[in-house]
Ligand binder design. Structure first.
Ligand SMILES: *[C@@H]1O[C@H](CO)[C@@H](O)[C@H](O)[C@H]1NC(C)=O
Ligand SMILES: *[C@@H]1O[C@H](CO)[C@@H](O)[C@H](O)[C@H]1NC(C)=O
Ligand SMILES: *[C@@H]1O[C@H](CO)[C@@H](O)[C@H](O)[C@H]1NC(C)=O
Ligand SMILES: *[C@@H]1O[C@H](CO)[C@@H](O)[C@H](O)[C@H]1NC(C)=O
Ligand SMILES: *[C@@H]1O[C@H](CO)[C@@H](O)[C@H](O)[C@H]1NC(C)=O
Length: 406
């Protein structure tokens, strides 16, 4: 390998794997508790998916104040206050203009934070110390900068601080439980139709019992049930309606940062031995899109993100291949002239890993793995030529880029 090749190789590797906070902290056993909770709360995924970030690491001794007696949802909120959405190293901390500033943190992005509860105050104190506290006025600057741990310049900086930064009220938020009022939250978020379907079908109970072990719900908003492409649920057997609704949740805590890391198909509550009922997630910038193989839907908003439970709203009803034929293999033409423009991109997802499911993917063999193919009569989406072209172009550009780099 020539020096140039080596350089290009390194450059390429670095830019692909921007940073991995778990790996960085693994080298420092004094932060093992902090590191473990970053993984348990999935904050690690969120940190890895961002650039220009500062992690204020707490040594093991300081973590006990956070983890003792508090549920994971509260621990996550506290730790997310320790992730600044800006890059600070030791030098920059000591050069803050006017000696004081505030920085937004990950907590501000969760939707749980009101006002500037999600910001921290950083103040250059007398005697060369730098103090951290909540940005809520008159909060104590009870945490101080002790040392620099690791920097990857302008991407991620890890600094040690002496004590947890606690925002007012953050320790007393209730944890979600089986008693959490899912339908109430859905109704407030503009998902009344979905909420009433959950009640009528009994699937609400399934959701409710799944919360404590980890649950993520993708709730179509009321508009999603009004569009031209909406399936006629009365054509489905009640068993299929149950599957359709179970398809709108995954049995694990998967907040947005974690969805961004998912390259493989994701199993849903509807998945069982016989039927895949899976989804794929793709990311463009901050936008995460779910692809069912039939159609795709944007994640529109976060209703609640409270470990181990979250609810997102989505723009369209998620149509599983098991109930709705994939567009290319539709046995009958679409019943209504579906508006072309609204069928974005089942093709924009990351390149599919070679799936060699023994049953064969439904796209290849439309009826092979469905016990009841009579329900598969709706063609819900059209793959239009521009989308295909776009996908081909994307693939060729990546090939050109990698050839160029090597
Ligand atoms: C910082 O992150 C960007 C984007 O992930 C990457 O292109 C760049 O190479 C990274 N810089 C370093 C020094 O790792
Ligand atoms: C980050 O590093 C940890 C520990 O080495 C590893 O288990 C994990 O898969 C890595 N994450 C990513 C996204 O590469
Ligand atoms: C930070 O907190 C200190 C002490 O409460 C206060 O004097 C200062 O104005 C705060 N800084 C900012 C930028 O709010
Ligand atoms: C949940 O909230 C809805 C709407 O706010 C309300 O009608 C319903 O009674 C609540 N259910 C429970 C079990 O509290
Ligand atoms: C299959 O679908 C048809 C029509 O929707 C329905 O009448 C029938 O009961 C279904 N069979 C099974 C096994 O679900």
């Amino acid at each position: 390998m020539t020096a140039l090749h080596f350089f290009l190789f390194t450059l390429f590797t670095v830019s692909v794997h921007a940073h991995n906070i778990t790996e960085i902290l693994n080298q420092f056993p004094e932060y093992s508790v902090f590191n473990s909770y970053l993984s348990q709360t999935k904050l690690a995924d969120e940190i890895n998916s961002r650039e220009t970030i500062t992690v204020l690491a707490l040594p093991n001794g300081a973590m006990s104040a956070v983890v003792d007696k508090h549920p994971l949802s509260v621990i996550k909120n506290v730790l997310s206050l320790h992730v600044l959405l800006d890059y600070f190293d030791g030098t920059k901390l000591h050069k803050i203009s006017d000696g004081t500033t505030t920085s937004t943190t990950l907590y501000q992005t969760t939707g749980n934070a009101h006002g500037n509860v999600g910001s921290v105050n950083i103040t250059d104190l007398k005697g060369g110390k730098v103090g951290f506290g909540s940005a809520i006025p008159n909060s104590p600057l009870a945490s101080t900068y002790t040392k620099s741990v690791k920097q990857i310049q302008y991407n991620i900086s890890v600094l040690e601080v002496s004590a947890p930064i606690i925002a007012p009220g953050i320790l007393t938020a209730p944890a979600p439980s089986g008693d959490f009022n899912i339908t109430g939250a859905l109704e407030k978020a503009g998902c009344k139709t979905f909420a009433s379907l959950l009640v009528k079908s009994g699937v609400l109970k399934t959701y409710q019992t799944a919360i404590e072990k980890g649950l993520t719900i993708f709730a179509p908003n009321d508009e999603a049930f009004k569009g031209a492409k909406v399936p006629d649920l009365s054509e489905l057997s009640s068993a299929d309606v149950v599957s359709l609704l179970q398809y709108h949740a995954i049995p694990s805590y998967t907040p947005i940062g974690t969805l961004k890391t998912k390259k493989d198909p994701i199993s849903t509550l509807a998945t069982n031995g016989a039927s895949k009922y899976d989804l794929k997630a793709s990311t463009e910038g901050d936008q995460v899109t779910l692809d069912t193989g039939v159609d795709s839907s944007r994640i529109a908003s976060t209703v609640i993100d409270s470990t181990p439970f979250c609810i997102f709203t989505v723009d369209s009803v998620l149509l599983p291949e098991e109930l709705y034929a994939a567009p290319e293999t539709s046995p009958t033409p679409a019943p209504a002239p579906a508006p072309e423009a609204s069928s974005p991109t089942p093709m924009m997802s990351p390149p599919a890993p070679p799936t060699s499911s023994p049953a064969g993917s439904p796209a290849d063999s439309p009826t092979a793995d469905s016990e009841n193919s009579t329900a598969k009569k709706k063609n819900a989406g059209n793959v239009n030529t521009p989308a295909l072209l776009k996908a081909l172009l994307t693939v060729s550009v990546s090939v050109i880029v990698s050839v160029y780099l090597f």
